[in-house]
Write a protein of this length. Sequence first.
Length: 294
Amino acid sequence: MKTNVGKLVKMSVQGQVSPPVKGRDYNIQHDGQPKVLPGVGGITYNIKIGDPVMDWVADHVEPGVSMKITGSDRQQTAANAGLNTLACIGNKAKIVSGDAKGAEGYVTGKHGGIEHVLVYFDQETLEKMTLEDKILIQGFGVGLKIEDLPDVKVMNMDPNLLDKMNLEIKDGKLEVPVAGVIPPELMGSGLGAASSYTGDYDLTTQDREFINELGLDKLRFGDLVALENTDNSFGRCFKRGAVTIGVVVHSDCVISGHGPGITTIFTSAEGKINPVKKDRANIGDYLGITGEEG
């Protein structure tokens, strides 16, 4: 499969561990119950790529390390937008300060709204890290194209991860293994965003019976999923016949219209993607980072 990888720019982006934040007294569950729950940010020690995304006592929790460029002035906001755009799933990340300095990991997702980049490091490294630690990412992947299949847009993805997936084009379509297939009526928060090159949007999980019928209750952090009749070419929208592939990046949520977050890696308005359901389809297996999680 021919790509334009030789023409892509590799550029440094850097941020620091983002502290856990809380914006309200309670998380109001979709049935009206108030909850006080762990959420976004920080270093999450016991939730990793390959773990289930459902049934944690949490809301929007992010696996591994959450990072960003902190601050509210215009320059810092623009810099964090640069970090979120240029960092791609599968990019190498290195800690450049603190007791864990020199340790390496991988970008595993992006979380919109809070504008976090999510990064995997092994358990030993997590135990050494602090909220002040700085992380350098080799941003590589923006502009990646599959030249044999121009009707499929690639985004948020390191070219090396694409190589490791060993995908094939069959009958004019990109064949992609997926752990789940999601109908468009289940997509919620983030729908209608102007761009899919940052952030994510959520699989809504308030209808648990339907979720269970589709087998989506078994999803894991890092799983590849297919979104039916969904076009992410220039934002996120419903379009009959379109297909999008994404990566599950954060946990289930209790708030209406929310659920596990999905960051886009492939989309085709013309439906030139053929998702193939597999028992296991997870970026952790391609990156070799699920061994310690079993």
